[in-house]
Design a protein around this ligand. Structure first.
Ligand code: IPD
Ligand code: CA
Ligand code: CA
Length: 258
């Protein structure tokens, strides 16, 4: 049901969540630094990443690690972790409870394990390749919605939305009139898990990075969904463009994003 990496990542996410919860609602200006105008990093992000990296290094010293904030460790084996120590930092800073810890593991070219933990809701999403996807140890699967008109979707917008042309607003304007609704809750890893458990029928976003999507991808694929870049290829980790849906509405959504 779960490989050793998934079991390990679940334990580490639970430990990291205790750090996040200590900071939640308690952040002061001294705990927050600006990466860009609207992009922050907090002591919660940093402490969580430090703990996760320590735990991986203790248990799997040869594994590579890419953490969002400060970690870039080359692998000395086939395994590399993609870590988002706090997905949904803007929410976290504003006391909005939609935030998570995300750990995805790649072996060679294949994603083999993914864990996303949402501390406030106590929801643990997990998947091991070939062994299904789970929410709090109960099996989950993508929705059966067949047409985009009946779908509830999710998306997000990049921090540099004011500076770039491809800021996703044209996709949003095109898709919104065609669907039941589009949610923008500010944590891509959770958005993807919501596709995996059928709460959303699909998700797309631009400018994301591997730490945002690695774990969610395994979880969606193991839940019977489809994940690709906007061209229908498999470069969703590094191209920044990701499209993730149940198996029915994939082509319908793909025809609408660019
Ligand atoms: C962000 C969130 C958000 C998405 C941003 C991401 P962060 O991650 O996932 O939903 O729209 O593009 O960067 O910065 O909170 O880890
Ligand atoms: Ca983050
Ligand atoms: Ca993120």
């Amino acid at each position: 049901m779960r490989n050793e990496y998934t079991i390990f990542a679940q334990e580490v996410c639970l430990e990291a969540s205790k750090i996040l919860l200590k900071f939640y609602g308690q952040l002061s200006e001294d705990n927050i630094t600006k990466k860009n105008k609207h992009d922050f990093v907090t002591d919660a992000d940093k402490s969580s990443e430090k703990l996760i990296v320590q735990r991986i290094e203790q248990r799997f010293p040869l594994h590579g690690i890419h953490g969002e904030e400060f970690t870039s460790k080359q692998a000395q084996s086939e395994y590399t972790w993609f870590i988002d120590p706090l997905d949904g930092t803007t929410n976290f800073v504003h006391g909005h409870p939609f935030f998570a810890i995300s750990m995805g593991l790649k072996r060679g070219e294949q994603l083999v394990s993914g864990v996303v933990y949402v501390p406030i809701l106590k929801e643990m999403f997990s998947a091991s390749v070939g062994q299904g996807a789970y929410l709090n140890n109960q099996p989950i699967s993508c929705s059966t919605t067949k047409i985009i008109e009946n779908s509830l979707l999710a998306t997000g917008f990049p921090y540099k939305k004011a500076e770039i042309e491809r800021n996703n607003l044209s996709n949003f304007n095109k898709i919104l009139p065609q669907v039941r609704g589009i949610r923008r809750c500010g944590a891509a890893a959770i958005d993807m898990c919501y596709v995996a458990c059928g709460r959303y029928d699909g998700f797309w976003e631009l400018w994301l990075q591997p730490h945002d999507v690695a774990a969610g991808t395994v979880i969606i694929e193991e839940a019977g969904g489809l994940v690709s870049d906007f061209n229908g290829g498999k470069d969703y980790l590094f191209s920044g463009n990701i499209l993730a849906t149940n198996k029915h509405i994939y082509e319908q959504l793909k025809n609408n994003v660019c």
